[in-house]
Write a protein that binds this ligand. Sequence first.
Ligand code: DC
Length: 297
Amino acid sequence: MVDKTQASATQFTPACFFKFTTETQRTRSFFGIASLLNHLLSIKLTTFQCRYKSNAAASIGTTKFNLYLCAMKKQIVIAIDGYASCGKSTIAKQLAKRLGYIYIDSGAMYRAVTLYFLQNNIALDNTTQIETALANINIDFRWNETARFAHTYLNNQDIEQAIRSKEVTQNVSKISAIAQVRHFLVAQQQLIGKNKGIVMDGRDIGTVVFPTAELKLFMTADINVRAKRRFAELQTKGIEMSLEEIKINLAERDHLDSTRTESPLRKADDAIVIDNSNLSPTEQLDIAVLLAENRNK
Ligand code: DC
């Protein structure tokens, strides 16, 4: 059983998602009769669910019951796109936790491919080498109890720290502009989100990966604010990069990401823009929750 709040040690592989869905569908039928009651009791259930979730941490029984409650609500897809370091993953993680949804950091998948390409000296102009490399790449996410979030794994290795390195950060935009890389990852992302109940953040989620997502957010923030936030984040991780270096890297990545030929970063026509330059994480989460609940009806 995959715990949709990510509070388990289960690996998030496509196979697990299918297993989860089958169980969810069974749950949905089980609660078929209860749907009318659910309608009448929705306020009570939601309140209970929230209170219940705050204690959610561990027991399997708790998780299962929480899942049953989630299964009674319509599941939607939430696509979050935006510029580098503008708080996409913060809002996406918190929103997923609040809704009991799966959270997928699509940027981590591009970073994982970049790491593999760097480690194996893949020539970026050699189609055959790229295709062979992609065939040897297996990415999945596994819950890390200490960090309290899912770590990215590449071929069974925890690469969560390695993919945040300066080298990967400086090469990722170039490698994610390669059409084969995008096709390879977009197919996996679509498979993971096939059964909804997912929050995914990235650059092309609302435009290419899930063009029919029920809720699309486009995050933006002033580049100076973004650089300062990134600087503080890297400091806590012990990664040395000056504020100026970070600012240059952000601007370069934004430029490359939005001007590439293959699925460039752009706001989907139906996306809602959130400029969080002057918003706290709680304030932006409140906005997102309100929007999600509105689409979830
Ligand atoms: O979200 P991030 O900064 O970790 O993403 C790293 C890079 O991956 C980003 O500069 C562009 C690329 N990316 C992409 O092209 N498409 C996505 N859906 C997500 C990330």
